[in-house]
Design a binder for this molecule. Structure first.
Ligand code: GAL
Length: 804
């Protein structure tokens, strides 16, 4: 009797616990333990398909980055000369019997492209768009207490379908979400701040709930960054039918406003209670800020005029390919912040959610872009084919997913859309734009824009007046308020894209070589006199539609009416090596190279847009005796710079008018160049460059010597080839071999050279202009990771990275 009573007690405890456990939301990282096969396989969707021989891997995964560069790839070098193809992923998992009755979803942050997802052999759906996040419900197909298989077919075989490197596969994170029957919808909360001041803010949290008719209490608590509740609202006894929307309003006293300097974040935690139990809990991160775009005075954040100094970036992460990694994104943003960038354009597609989370936390202004084309194509097999069927859903999902991010300020519905011009009387562009604007207005009130490269008054998208913002790509001569307003009326104006200058880090044409621009003929790409397929770091190579950084910046700084601009591009990216042919396979447009090493022009921006004392003199000091060398300097906070060669003054230079740099033309003589900047006679900064001798040794410098042992975290190790005195050898191209021991692996290697055909995934790589990069990734265990680097004829080096 005693035993029976005891057993009943235990059972009732278990029941209550499982009842509780069953009810609250679980969001599991579903990235590990997938199998992968490149190529079509019959029956791979089936539960009992035998995949033991398939490769085991964790996602995010980009299979294209693992393939060799290939001049015959149908992606061509615009797509990075890396092949697409068709691949299958499978993941076997169990779901406990106690989950029966819960609602279970699988969320994909992004799969490139044409994915079809199967659960236990049932097709859940297809999604052509490679950049959109999507969800399927699994509940009714699962074997509870048994084995289940998710299979994903990814078809990126039709090529070309992109103007840049897209990557292939499940290249973003995957999540398994479990909730109670009554729960909050996917992206089912919307936080707005209808009134904002430093003394108080009104915050509205609108929650979309779904269920099967239970009565629920819904409580939302606003929590500040320190974790303290600052407001709570409860609605009791709500009858949740198939879908219900609940607005809850809060008044927050003395809110800390989200700003670029202090990106302060609040959380709205919403709990759904049914019969005394929590059936779902959902947290939304948000910021409290006000903003305005103004036709005369540009952009205001919290009442303060701010110029958006933005860059466009594509989604690849250099040698990691497109497989998303939070640390790699964070490093990119840190490097950009270091040069004074405060804006990101997610060209030309919805980004990984982690990018927006980071922009929220780090203080960036994001232009969140939807499409690179609508119905009229740019490449043969691109999204234009899916556009009519999918654009409404894709756009809606993008806005629903991203609208709570305080970093997002602008929706761009298209880049250089061919429908800008009505073709043969086809005015569908305006109809599409109107429909997109209608979709967005139904969900959010941020302004919309299209990035227009045609700015004449035949542009039917601009003429329609539908967007709140006027956006120009390039055409800096037409950015004056008069020119913009005469054509388009009194509307706020931003430069959605600018510059497109081409440079290779550490490569310098001398003045005689370099006084040239892009050739006007497509079939005669620029050839560099010194080294084919590299381009000067001096400011003189740019596309016919673009302009130099300097010319662009001068115009940008001159007009208060320009709210912001997004330079093409922050980082070099894989693909689009315009204007160069194979073997060029990555772009030259970045201010920072593909490996993350800044090009010289980085310091021009730093001198203008940061508070740091900047003096950057270039190029290096290794030339032929007597050769005339143009020495340039970018500087700030000083009124003059003096240059010395081997102690001899070459004169004092001062920027005049709107100059952004100074220059000396000096004959080379081996030894030491020294630059000194001064303000009122007082030294502000100095820089010394010494003629380097022969390569003698390797130096390793990790951006972080301790990383999380979580299988995802990264340390970016810069490899420098230096002479025996430790001076960087500016043309060193030594082949470096890496060896790694301990709980880590080499996730990628690169040197930033656009024409290198060495694999990003190897364990060796040549240096380029003295530098190379090895990216070390934790394998999920703690311990010391040792990276060794050696090269014939050089003293080797090693570095320890602590995985914690
Ligand atoms: C722009 C385009 C970008 C990129 C750039 C290269 O016109 O919007 O995607 O192709 O040119 O200069």
């Amino acid at each position: 009797m005693q035993l029976i009573r005891y057993s009943l007690f235990i059972i009732s405890i278990l029941f209550q616990c499982s009842g509780y456990a069953q009810s609250a939301r679980v969001r599991e990282d579903f990235d590990n333990n997938w199998t992968f096969h490149l190529g079509e396989v019959a029956h791979a969707k089936d539960l009992d398909f035998e995949d033991a021989a398939w490769r085991k891997l964790n996602v995010p995964h980009d299979w294209s980055i693992e393939l060799p560069f290939d001049s015959t790839s149908p992606t061509n070098n615009g797509g990075g000369a890396l092949r697409g193809g068709l691949g299958w992923y499978r993941k076997t998992f169990t779901v406990p019997a106690t989950d029966k009755g819960r609602i279970i979803y699988i969320d994909f942050d992004g799969v490139y492209r044409n994915s079809e997802v199967f659960i236990n052999g049932h097709s859940l759906g297809m999604r052509p768009n490679g950049y959109i996040s999507f969800r399927y419900e699994l509940s009714q197909f699962l074997n509870y207490g048994g084995r289940n298989v998710i299979a994903v077919k990814v078809d990126n075989s039709q090529q070309p379908n992109s103007r840049w490197y897209s990557g292939s596969g499940i290249y973003r994170n995957v999540w398994l979400v479990k909730t109670g029957t009554t729960h909050i919808e996917n992206w089912g909360s919307y936080v707005t701040t209808p009134s904002v001041s430093t003394s108080s803010a009104k915050v509205t949290v609108t929650t979309s709930l779904t269920g099967t008719g239970e009565y629920c209490d819904v409580t939302t608590t606003i929590v500040n960054a320190a974790g303290a509740p600052v407001g709570t609202q409860t609605q009791k006894g709500l009858h949740i039918g198939s879908l219900q929307t609940l607005p809850q309003t809060f008044s927050i006293a003395a809110p800390v406003l989200w700003s670029l300097e202090n990106p302060y974040l609040y959380k709205a935690v919403t709990k759904v209670m049914s019969k005394g139990k929590v059936t779902d809990e959902y947290t939304t991160t948000f910021g409290i800020r006000s903003y305005k775009f103004d036709g005369d005075k540009g952009f205001f954040l919290n009442g303060k005029q701010v110029k958006i100094v933005g860059v466009c970036n594509h989604h690849d992460l250099g040698c990691l390919g497109t497989a998303v990694n939070t640390r790699a994104l964070e490093r990119q943003l840190q490097i950009l912040k270091g040069m004074g960038v405060n804006g990101i354009r997610t060209s030309h597609n919805p980004p990984a959610p982690e990018l927006l989370d980071l922009c929220d936390k780090m203080g960036f202004i994001v232009m969140d872009e939807a499409f690179d084309m609508w119905k009229r194509s740019k490449t043969q097999f691109d999204y234009s084919k899916d556009f009519d069927e999918w654009y409404k859903q894709d756009l809606k999902d993008q806005v629903l997913r991203d609208r709570n991010h305080p970093s997002v300020f602008i929706w761009s519905v298209g880049n250089e859309i061919p429908e800008q011009h009505a073709k043969e009387g086809d005015t569908s562009g305006v109809a599409y734009l109107r429909e997109m604007q209608r979709i967005i207005r139904g969900l959010d009130d941020r302004p919309t824009v299209t990035a227009n490269n045609h700015i004449d008054n035949n542009n039917q998208l601009l003429k329609s007046g539908i967007n709140e913002l006027i956006g120009y790509n390039y055409h800096h001569e037409s950015w004056t308020p008069d020119a913009v307003q005469q054509t388009w009326g009194h509307k706020p104006f931003i430069v959605t894209e600018s510059v497109s200058a081409i440079q290779t880090r550490g490569h310098y044409d001398m003045p005689s070589d370099s006084m040239r621009m892009w050739p006007q003929r497509w079939d005669q790409p620029v050839k560099n006199a010194n080294t084919d397929l590299t381009c000067s770091a001096y400011e003189n190579c740019y596309t016919p539609w673009g302009a130099t950084h300097m010319a662009t910046l001068k115009t940008f700084l001159k007009y208060e009416s320009i709210g912001g601009m997004f330079v093409w591009t922050g980082f070099d990216y894989i693909g689009e090596p315009t204007p160069y042919p194979w073997p060029a396979r990555s772009s030259y447009f970045g201010i920072v190279d593909l490996a993350g090493f800044p090009k010289d022009v980085y310091y021009l921006y730093q001198s203008l847009f940061t508070t740091k004392d900047v003096l950057h003199v270039f190029p290096h000091w290794n030339w032929k005796p007597g050769q005339l060398v143009d020495m340039w300097a970018y500087y700030n906070h000083a009124d003059e710079v003096e240059l010395f060669v081997n102690g001899k003054s070459q004169g004092i230079k001062k920027k005049a008018g709107d100059d952004l740099h100074v220059m000396w033309r000096v004959p080379f003589e081996a030894g030491k160049v020294e630059a000194v900047s001064r303000k009122n006679g007082k030294v502000v900064a100095t820089q010394v460059i010494i003629t380097a001798g022969e390569p003698a040794k390797i130096i390793l410098q990790a951006d972080r010597n301790a990383i999380k042992g979580d299988g995802k975290d990264l340390s970016f190790v810069t490899v420098k080839v230096v002479d025996k005195e430790g001076n960087l050898v500016p043309d060193a191209a030594n082949k470096i071999q890496f060896k790694i021991t301990g709980p880590g692996f080499i996730a990628g290697v690169d040197n930033g050279c656009q024409t290198s055909l060495e694999s990003f995934k190897g364990s060796e790589h040549a240096a380029f202009n003295g530098l190379c990069l090895a990216v070390v990734q934790s394998n999920g265990k703690p311990g010391i990771i040792k990276l060794q680097a050696q090269s014939a004829g050089l003293a080797a080096a090693a570095i320890d990275i602590m995985g914690k």
